[in-house]
Design a protein around this ligand. Structure first.
Ligand SMILES: [Cu+2]
Length: 509
């Protein structure tokens, strides 16, 4: 089926074909004609030949992994207190694991009373499986289902979550681990740790939080300097590492693998053994500073892609980011800590390899305040995943804008409109080297995430799909336009994204 041109006509949630425009009557036709006087891009369609042809060229191993995911109401046991929430069968969902080149067939069933979807975060997969309603698919209605099927293109640590409203801030998430058939690293044990900030069913629902935030903080004046809770909001949470305001949502719990610090997740191992630790930040408004008491950490990968190994005491992980670490285990009992950066609270798990008193949550962790903090900006891509050295064919400027006063987070001063997703879309051509220059023109940090590609930080920096950008800074990242489709790029603070801090990069047909 050939790719069909998309209409520039606004106001429809679904992307209209030209035939659809003709059905709208004279006014719409006039608008379409007017729009055609300026050369409006003819977009690739997610279900068109460019996308299916690219998938065919991926080839793959032919092996298939089949999973069923059911989004449904459930309860999470928080150290004896039941929190009503939504999840894919567990919090986190069972790990999905396959080898690069294998096909994942995932049937997602919706038993919620709301539309949903699943986005496979970080994967450069075929566009029509990216899970972004209304851009790449219609939402999965209550009682409905959707069959995702795609070749997994790259090895690494990925994860999945809905891309509808603030549903990520329920328990709807899980890890997707893609093994490398040419893996160079060896390890004895492997742990997947999913970090999360938790409020659902305890203090509020994510929708209630979004409603509260959306009222803005316009009349609260200088109150923002004082560290205090105000309902679902947290005032005065600041971090030097994050360049000021660390986050604005009050969370009563911080979790590692669904467990609060009063009932911490337990990890056991053998002294001297080497563990590969895969860490995913599934939080919605919290960066975590991760450390293991009594241990140094060797960063080997971020966002799935290998880096020149870097030894650190702790690592800063924004929402949506992943880090893979190698850890040589010492003898005893040790705290595994994810400090909620700037929020004066933490998630805790326990590492035990021998005798010793179990650590408690208030323990001082010297590694958290030591000098060697793992930051993406200090990492170097492994040579074999570094992009070729060339000048970009196209530069796209994006300014992150808005603030807490009006809660008007956007891009280039405008809020993304899901009912008109192509309105301000940036057009690129397949085969181009594209550079995104992302200016953070706000007073708060943002974890910026691009779908469908893994870009590279400047000067040989890491390959990533989610990057922390501090206030006032500009991040320049390059990517190869080799995956046709319509791809959103947005802040992974889910409340900022829902407020409108989302852009769209589309391939011309
Ligand atoms: Cu943001």
């Amino acid at each position: 089926m050939p790719d069909r041109p998309l209409s520039p006509t606004p106001s429809s949630p679904m992307l209209l074909t030209r035939r659809g425009v003709l059905g709208l009557g004279l006014g719409a036709v006039a608008a379409a004609v007017l729009a055609s006087c300026t050369p409006a891009p003819q977009w690739v369609t997610p279900t068109g030949a460019a996308v299916s042809g690219t998938e065919k060229n991926r080839g793959g191993t032919g092996r298939v992994t089949t999973v069923d995911l059911t989004a449904a109401p459930t309860t999470l046991d928080l150290a004896g207190t039941a929190a009503a929430t939504w999840a894919f069968g567990g919090i986190p969902a069972p790990v999905i694991r396959l080898t690069a080149g294998d096909t994942l067939k995932a049937t997602v069933r919706n038993q919620l009373d709301a539309d949903t979807s699943v986005h496979w975060h970080g994967l450069a997969l075929r566009n029509d499986m990216d899970g972004v309603p209304p851009v790449t698919q219609a939402p999965i209605a209550p009682g409905g289902q959707f069959a995702y099927e795609f070749v997994t293109p790259h090895p690494g640590t990925y994860w999945f979550h809905p891309h509808v409203g603030p549903q990520l801030d329920h328990g709807l998430y899980g890890a997707l681990i893609i093994d490398d058939p040419d893996e160079k690293v060896t390890w004895d044990d492997e742990w997947v740790l999913i970090l999360d900030d938790w409020l659902d069913g305890v203090t509020a629902t994510p929708d209630q939080v979004l409603t509260d935030l959306s009222k803005g903080m316009g009349d609260m004046g200088g109150m923002g300097d004082m560290f205090m809770r105000m309902g679902n909001l947290l005032m005065g949470a600041t971090s030097d590492l994050l360049g000021g305001d660390a986050g604005d949502v009050y969370y009563p719990h911080y979790l590692i693998n669904g467990k609060p610090k009063a009932d911490p997740a337990q990890f056991t191992g053998t002294p001297g053994s080497r563990v590969r630790v895969r860490i995913i930040n599934a939080g919605s408004d919290t960066a975590f500073r991760f450390a293991i008491g009594g241990h140094s950490l060797t960063i080997t990968h971020t966002d799935g892609f290998p880096v020149v190994p870097a030894v650190v005491d702790s690592v800063l992980i924004g929402m949506g980011e992943r880090y893979d670490l190698l850890v040589r285990l010492n003898d005893g009992a040790f705290p595994i800590v994810a400090q909620a950066e700037g929020k004066q609270d933490r998630a805790l798990a326990v590492l035990r390899t021998g005798a010793g008193t179990a650590p408690v949550s208030g323990t001082t962790i010297p590694e958290l305040s030591a000098g060697r903090v793992g930051l993406a900006t200090n990492l170097t891509a492994a040579a074999h995943v570094s992009l070729r050295d060339t000048t970009p064919d196209r530069i796209i400027h994006l300014a992150l804008t808005g603030g807490m006063q009006a809660y008007d987070w956007g891009i280039d001063g405008r809020r993304f409109d899901v009912r008109d997703p192509m309105r301000d879309a940036h057009a690129i051509n397949e085969g181009e080297r594209v550079q995104l220059q992302i200016l953070n023109d706000t007073k708060m940090w943002h974890p910026f995430h691009l779908h469908g590609h893994t870009y590279q930080h400047p000067d040989g920096g890491p390959r990533k799909d989610t990057s922390i950008i501090l206030p006032g800074q500009t991040l320049k990242v390059d990517f190869e336009a080799d995956n046709p489709g319509l791809w959103v790029a947005h802040c992974h603070n889910i409340y900022h994204a829902e407020s409108g801090m989302t852009a769209l990069v589309g391939y011309r047909s």
